[in-house]
Design a protein around this ligand. Structure first.
Ligand SMILES: [Fe+2]
Length: 277
């Protein structure tokens, strides 16, 4: 069976690709078709995979440099393979970590507080609750395109200050070692030239505005960008590998399962991006 690209999964994006085993080396033609689907639909789902962490790392490497977890220096093999994320404690028991202000349960793009945020993130579903534990993706190309012209003019050229400890316009936790960075509020997708909003959790304020004014604008834009018509909801199945474009999507985990009861384990890989412009 050859590689098959399915129909778009929602108006906001998403597509499923079947007929490919990601544990095997990726030849040029399937790679070209995956990149095309990724460019057009932003979220690519590969159902029914069976991958070791090393095989996932090998697949991710097709798309660029795989970032070690936590931004540590590369060179240690253990840090380079896919990173495990779960709701399990040290003894392997599920625990309810209630959503915190800086958690994955708030709309964000991965590592937006870094000077060079990642191009894409991949998650591979190893263990899942019987239902729930979804991930939502908001397409900020569509969000930007739907803004009134006067808003587009008002926000052109503005820069957002991001830092790890910031949430909803306020620093809520002591900063880690990362100093604040700023990125364009309206960023240009390097592969298509289309404009997308760049904001979400970790966005502190707007460089050109007072903190209150900037936080207000960021709040309004986030509310706009995450309306249901711009959102694709992924309902996970075991064996799904999902890769998404951090340059034009916000995402969040949905706390719609009993975290204290069911195990949810995913393996994560992040591919290095370029400086937003
Ligand atoms: Fe994330």
């Amino acid at each position: 069976m050859g590689l098959t690209v399915g129909p778009r999964l929602s108006a906001a994006g998403g597509v499923a690709i079947s007929g490919i085993d990601l544990a095997e080396p990726l030849p040029p033609e399937p790679k070209r078709r995956i990149l095309e689907a990724f460019r057009d639909h932003h979220v690519v789902v590969f159902p029914g995979q069976a991958l070791t962490r090393e095989q996932q790392y090998g697949f991710a490497r097709n798309f660029g440099e795989v970032e070690p977890h936590g931004g540590r220096q590369a060179g240690n093999k253990q840090l380079e393979v896919a990173h495990v994320i779960s709701n399990l404690d040290q003894d392997g028991n599920p625990v309810d970590r209630s959503p915190s202000p800086v958690s994955n349960y708030r709309w964000h793009t991965d590592k937006s507080y870094r000077p060079v945020p990642p191009l894409l993130t991949m998650l591979y579903a190893v263990e899942l609750p019987p239902e729930g534990g979804d991930t939502e993706f908001a397409n900020t190309l569509l969000g930007y395109a739907a803004l009134p012209d006067e808003t587009k003019q008002r926000i052109a050229g503005l820069r957002v200050v991001f830092c790890w400890g910031a949430s909803g316009g306020k620093p809520v936790m002591a900063m880690r070692e990362d100093p604040p960075v700023d990125h364009p509020l309206v960023r240009t997708h390097p592969d298509t030239g289309h404009k997308a909003l760049y904001l979400g959790n970790h966005a502190s304020h707007i460089r050109e505005m007072t903190e209150t004014e900037g936080a207000g604008l960021l709040g309004e834009l986030l509310e706009h960008a995450t309306q249901r018509q711009f959102v694709y909801t992924h309902r996970w199945r075991k064996g799904d590998l999902v890769m998404w474009d951090n340059r034009c999507l916000l995402h969040r985990a949905v706390a719609n399962y009993d975290m204290g009861r069911y195990r949810r384990v995913l393996h994560r890989s992040v591919v290095r991006g370029t400086v937003p412009f």
